[in-house]
Structures are given as C-alpha cells and as structure tokens.
Design a protein around this ligand. Structure first.
Ligand code: F6R
Length: 362
C-alpha cells in the first residue's frame, strides 16, 4: 500500500519523521533524557571496525565522523566486499559493527563471520531483527524503519544514522568526552528532529524545480566536506540508481586534485554545505567551480544562503539544526533530488533496472 503516494519511495521519504521518532522512542527513556541501549562498555573498546555495502556503507562513513569527534574513538570502515578478502588484522579489544537494512547482504554477512572469534564483540544495526546478520551478532540493534519496499534505500538510511548517532553519543559520554549537560543538549536536539524533518519535507518546490533541470544533465557532481562528504556520496548513489544519470561525489577539498577538469556549463555541481565550521572552505571550492562556469546547486541553511549564494545557479534552504544532526536532515534533499529527477526522466523509481532490494549473492 503506497498510502496515497505515487511510489513507495516517496512514501518512504515522507515517513522519515515518523520512523525516526519511533527509533527515538525505542532508544530514549520516556522522559527523553537518557539513552537506552544494551550494555556496551565503550571505555573498553580500543577501535571500532564498521563494515557495510552501498547506502549502509555511507551510514558507516558518517558514523566514523561522529565516533571520532564525539567519542574520540578510532574507527576503521570498509565496504564488505573489500573487507572480507583483505584479511585485515582484528584486535580482540576492538568491536566490529555491521550495518544492513535487509540483514542478508552476502558480503556483509561474510565480513561478520570473518570477525567472529577475532573482535571482542560483534554488533549490528539492522532493519530486520530476524535476519542472518542480526542472529549472528552478539548485539543487534533494530533501526525500526518499518518495511522498506523501494529499492533505493531512504528511510532505512536516516534510521541507521539515528541509531549510529545514539551509539556515538553513548560512547562519547562513557568515555568522558561528552558531559551530562552536553548529552542532555544533544538529546533535546534529537527529540526536536522529527518536527524539523516534517517541516523540511513540506517545502520542496525548489528541489522539484532544480530536478527538472538536473534531468537534462549527463553528469552531475556532488561535493561535501566533513559530515557532508558521506552525504555527497549518498546523493550521488541515489541519483545514479533511479535516474541513471552519471553522478560522482568528491570531498570538496579533492576538487582541485583532478575532478575540476570536468567542470563546464554542462555539469551541474550539487554542493551540500550547512553553515558549519567548514563552510568557508567549501564555499571557496564552490567559487572555483563557478569561476569555471560550473552551475552550482547549493544546499545550505539560511545563514549559508545569506553569505554565499551570490553567483550560484540555485540554492535550497534547509532549516537550521545543530552540526551533529546535519547528515540526517541533509539526507532529505539528497533523496528528493534523486526522486524528482527520476520522475522528470520517467524512469521506474521503485524498481530501477538491474538492481535488487536484497543482494544475497556476492
Ligand atoms: C542503495 C541501496 C543499496 C543497499 C546495499 C546494502 O539505495 O539500497 O546500496 O544499501 O545493497 O543493503 P543492506 O543494507 O540490505 O545490506
């Protein structure tokens, strides 16, 4: 049942405030002031190894920034198909964490089995609690996104991010890098997130207009820095999957190391840049694109738009949230751009060619 939506994907995009709210109710105490998680002692964990495929891997890439910044915890990440054959040394003091919507992805499951008996604990973040990955983990954390039918993952991604952020906050608090007051602030911000996401979903005209033009492009670049770098990857992947337009993501600072050679009028460049501590750096990369007649679609907040939108092709203004929460919020425009671009191209949004919802063979 598409619940009045034309596609499962748009239904699932729209459901995000609700399912993230569900995940928060599950993982927070009723007063919302503390995190409820199974007993994991992050002070005893020397390193986290996070492994996944596709969109779930980009959730791990985002979580790496969070665990390093909020918990000062070393994090190694890899895509499962590389990890499993690399035979990486795994210390007994490390924890291995696997992220999978389906819980059945063959490479991720094989990577988990490789870590068994080597890592001190095996954790997973899954949408299907009965899945193989969940069953074979010491601790499986459900993301509570509900059934995801659209092949392109949307609500599972933001629910994965929500659970991973709660883990990083718990780790930061246990390890003494987040004070009680700071934790209370983070949780209060998180509790207001579903409302902010609903608001963002109600203002999508700019995205639809931009998408109509993106649909004409052959190649599109996505740029981001810091926590927006994983989001650039996620935006590019979503677009490729459902609109079949070639899209690449780069860390903004990598632009001048090669990809800038691609820039001309025909290549739109999507820049994901909330006005955070790295904003000025990203803006200077964006100006390098504009100096080469690149068409910039800037996704930012009010402050970012006020300071940096001169000369950009279009800007999309997102609500203001704390820096830690921007990856969850900015996932929405990344998903919506892909969705509306695919609609403009007339492709099959829910069943893109060559793709399966669950990849149970390597
Ligand atoms: C992208 C997408 C895929 C999956 C990947 C992993 O929209 O859906 O990239 O994220 O195949 O799948 P799970 O999470 O089931 O392990």
């Amino acid at each position: 049942d598409k619940g009045g939506h034309k596609h499962f994907m748009s239904k699932e995009i729209a459901e995000q405030p609700i399912v993230i709210g569900d995940a928060l109710s599950h993982y927070l105490t009723t007063d919302g002031k503390d995190i409820v998680l199974p007993e994991i002692d992050f002070t005893q964990i020397s390193r986290m190894t996070m492994v996944a495929c596709g969109t779930a891997f980009y959730a791990c890439l985002t979580a790496k920034y969070w665990f390093e910044q909020l918990a000062r915890m070393p994090v190694e990440i890899d895509v499962a198909s590389e990890f499993r054959y690399r035979e990486p040394p795994i210390e007994a003091t490390s924890a291995a964490l696997f992220v999978s919507q389906s819980g059945e992805t063959a490479d991720t499951l094989a990577a988990l089995r490789y870590c068994k008996g080597k890592a001190g604990s095996i954790l997973s973040v899954v949408n299907v609690p009965e899945s193989s990955i969940a069953r074979e983990s010491d601790i499986a954390l459900p993301i509570l996104a509900g059934t995801e039918i659209g092949v392109a993952s949307t609500k599972a991604f933001t629910c994965q991010l929500t659970v991973l952020l709660l883990l990083a906050l718990r780790a930061g608090h246990q390890r003494g890098h987040i004070s009680d007051e700071a934790l209370a602030d983070h949780l209060s911000n998180l509790r207001s997130l579903p409302g902010i996401l609903s608001h963002a979903l109600s203002q999508t005209t700019g995205i639809e207009e931009a998408s109509a033009e993106l649909a004409e492009a052959r190649d599109i670049l996505f740029l981001g820095r810091g926590v927006m770098y994983p989001l650039a990857h996620e935006g590019a992947l979503k677009l490729k999957e459902i609109s079949y337009i070639h899209a690449e993501a780069y860390a903004s600072g990598e632009l001048k190391h090669g990809p800038i050679a691609l820039i001309d009028q025909s290549v739109p460049v999507v820049v994901l840049a909330p006005c955070d501590s790295l904003f000025d750096k990203t803006v200077s990369n964006m100006q390098e694109v504009m100096a080469r007649h690149g068409r910039v679609l800037l996704i930012t907040d009010k402050k970012g738009e006020a300071t940096a939108s001169a000369g950009v092709w279009k800007s999309i203004v997102m609500p203001q949230v704390s820096d830690v929460l921007t990856p969850i919020l900015y996932a929405l425009p990344a998903q919506l751009l892909a969705y509306h671009t695919a609609i403009a191209k007339g492709t099959d949004v829910d069943q893109p060619r060559n793709l399966a919802k669950s990849v149970t063979v390597e």
